[in-house]
Ligand binder design. Structure first.
Ligand code: FAD
Length: 397
């Protein structure tokens, strides 16, 4: 393959997922030379592209708005209440935005339209160069810069950057090349995601329901439609995916109950394997990890993109303030320091919620029931859970 001339950038962001795009949008207009690479070929963002609906906290919506990636065409629906319960046990937690003097905790938004809004924002960017499909092949970190080789337009392009950002997802090739160890908990579950129409409208209430075979989240969409994330034991997921709609509706009804009446219609189902994967370090020489490359968490608690957006926001703020050498060791150490507590708390919250599904003996079942009742009755606990749901954590403005 022919080798093209050397290109110089301040930052190369590897990964054009939600987090990589959010970082690129945050850096536009600040005079930094930014290149973003995405390995896959762009596909039209049609229905079926990604069936997920994300729950976004208020802080995330504010951040997306600030970077110009939030528009009215995102079909967003408010989350006014969050109902947490466990099948077959007493006690539940009901968080109400009105109790905090708010109209809503956040909203749901289709993954497809969120990506569309970021694409639209980046199409108008002045400082961001985007290569797609382009794959990072190898890189060597030096004292002052990183040298990268990228396969793009049938050539091996050689680039230099002050900083290499790994926004390259759960299996991050950059994290592996830097030999950054990870800790992994395989939940042995697969989430099936779909839209569902119920007999009654949810009225802005989101549900997190824990059952012995895994959690079910039901998120408010328009009228009687909801977004469903239903976790299945990995061995059962394929069979659940193959079920006829009427049989799957029955299964969902059994696990979720009748809070919204009968399940009347289902959209197409998509499978997502579930695991917790955390990098032991967020930084290496002239390399930083953000988003799923840094931590991939269970969707229960809806923290993943909210957290990745705070990674991107923190890093962008530090880079914009520094400007001269955005890959300097001091800046990267500061980033790791700033992200530590938010990251640890978000991972603990999502993993803790998943642990609620583990079947237990009578004393632990009673404890869990009382725990839920206590959280429901003690306002500081309820407020802490509500703040986490809204995404007000970490030092990002
Ligand atoms: C079922 C489900 C429901 C969820 N619901 C929510 C929710 O309600 N709220 C929420 O906040 N979060 C939610 N999440 C989490 C959220 O989806 C993730 O946190 C987020 O999408 C991570 O984005 P990312 O950009 O870090 O990674 P990715 O989306 O994985 O992007 C990584 C990109 O890097 C590219 N790449 C990899 N290697 C290379 C290379 N060598 N060269 C070039 N490009 C490369 C890949 O092609 C990919 O596009 C959910 C997750 C799941 C599975």
């Amino acid at each position: 393959m022919p080798v093209a001339a050397l290109n110089q950038f301040d930052v190369v962001i590897v990964g054009g997922g939600l987090v990589g795009m959010s970082l690129a949008a945050s850096l536009d207009g600040h005079g930094l030379r930014v290149l973003q690479l995405e390995a896959t070929v762009a596909r039209p963002l049609l229905p079926g592209w990604d069936e997920r609906h994300f729950a976004l906290g208020r802080a995330s919506i504010e951040r997306l708005r600030r970077i110009g990636a939030w528009s009215d065409s995102i079909d967003a629906h408010p989350i006014r209440e969050i109902h947490v319960s466990r099948a077959g046990e007493f006690g539940r937690v009901l968080l109400r935005a009105a109790d905090q003097g708010l109209t809503e905790y956040g909203c749901t938004a289709p993954a497809r339209l969120l990506v569309g809004a970021l694409e639209h924002r980046l199409a108008a960017a002045t400082d961001i160069e985007r290569w797609r499909p382009a794959r990072l092949q190898r890189f060597v970190c030096g004292a002052d810069s990183v040298e990268l080789q990228v396969e793009y337009q049938d050539q091996l392009q050689t680039l230099q950057a002050r900083l290499l950002v790994a926004a390259d997802g759960t299996d991050s090739p950059i994290r592996t090349a830097c030999a950054i160890p990870t800790e992994c908990v395989d939940y042995q579950q697969t989430a099936l995601v779909c839209a569902a129409e119920f007999e009654r409208a949810s009225g802005g209430r989101a549900f997190e329901r824990f059952t012995e075979s895994g959690p079910v989240a039901v998120l408010p969409l328009s009228e009687r439609r909801c977004g469903v994330v239903f976790s299945h034991d990995r061995n059962d997921a394929e069979a659940a995916l193959a079920l006829a709609d009427a049989d799957y509706a029955r299964l969902l009804q059994q696990r979720f109950g009748h809070r919204l009446g009968r399940v009347q219609r289902l959209g197409p189902r998509q499978p997502w394997p579930l695991r917790l994967l955390t990098a032991d370090r967020l930084i290496d020489r002239r390399v930083v990890l953000i988003g799923n490359a840094a931590q991939t968490i269970h969707p229960m608690g809806a923290q993943g993109f909210n957290l990745g957006l705070r990674d991107a926001g923190t890093l962008a703020n530090l880079m914009v303030a520094e400007r001269v050498d955005v890959g300097a060791a001091g800046l990267l150490e500061r980033y790791a320091e700033l992200r530590a507590s938010d990251r640890a708390q978000s991972i603990a919250l999502s993993h803790g919620l998943v642990r609620l599904t583990v079947p237990g003996d009578l004393p632990s079942t009673l404890l869990r029931g009382f725990g839920m009742m206590m959280v429901d009755r003690i306002s500081p606990l309820r407020d802490a859970l509500a703040r986490a749901s809204m995404g007000y954590r970490g030092a990002v403005s």
